[in-house]
Design a protein around this ligand. Structure first.
Ligand SMILES: [Zn+2]
Length: 190
């Protein structure tokens, strides 16, 4: 480290450049050298790496990629984006494929069923989703699926905000009634 500092100050005196300019340049070069492998990896990654969510079986699926593999695949609520509960308990006792069911439930939205898949348990569902992901990547339709998903999620969000506004619009009325009644109580008290 001392040698580097010494070298930089010698360059500074030799070429008559202010030391701070030399130091800033050295730091910049150092940072570029450190960042470049990450930059190269980022720029070299496949285009489909941007495709990381889609709606299938009426629920939102999100995942990541690692070394060309889909990892961290899980389902989320398309309305509130919370992680979903997957219920496939019946698959262990049921023998017939048609009776094997996997349900998706959002506890944040009242615990109702959001969607279901007939024919197998969660591993089966995951394999179906993965197959669909790779199909879109292979056929090059993932860009359309990505933008369709974004549109759908935007629609869900605007519907939810609308609902919120509606409930908030109703809320003040209740407040007024409460205020009146509490005032009445006070008057009664006097
Ligand atoms: Zn939800």
């Amino acid at each position: 480290m001392e040698k580097i500092v010494d070298l930089l100050s010698r360059i500074s005196t030799l070429y008559d450049i202010p030391l701070w300019v030399i130091n800033t340049g050295a730091v910049a070069i150092f940072l570029i050298l450190i960042a470049s492998p990450f930059m190269v990896r980022y720029l070299m990654r496949p285009k489909y790496y941007k495709f990381r969510e889609m709606i299938l079986f009426k629920v939102l699926w999100r995942w990541k990629y690692k070394q060309g593999e889909v990892i961290g695949l899980w389902c989320y609520c398309p309305k509130c984006q919370a992680m979903l509960m997957v219920d496939d308990e019946n698959c262990r006792s049921e023998e017939t494929l048609q009776h094997k069911l996997t349900f998706f439930v959002c506890h944040e939205c009242g615990g109702h069923e959001l969607g279901r898949v007939v024919g197998g348990d969660r591993r089966y569902v995951m394999s179906l989703v993965k197959r669909d992901i790779w199909k879109h990547i292979r056929e090059g339709s993932y860009t359309e699926v990505s933008s369709a998903t974004k549109d759908a999620l935007g629609l869900y969000t605007s519907l939810e905000t609308q609902k919120d506004i509606e409930t908030h619009e109703e809320a003040p009325k209740d407040d007024v009634v409460e205020e009146v009644s509490s005032e009445e109580i006070k008057k009664d008290g006097i």
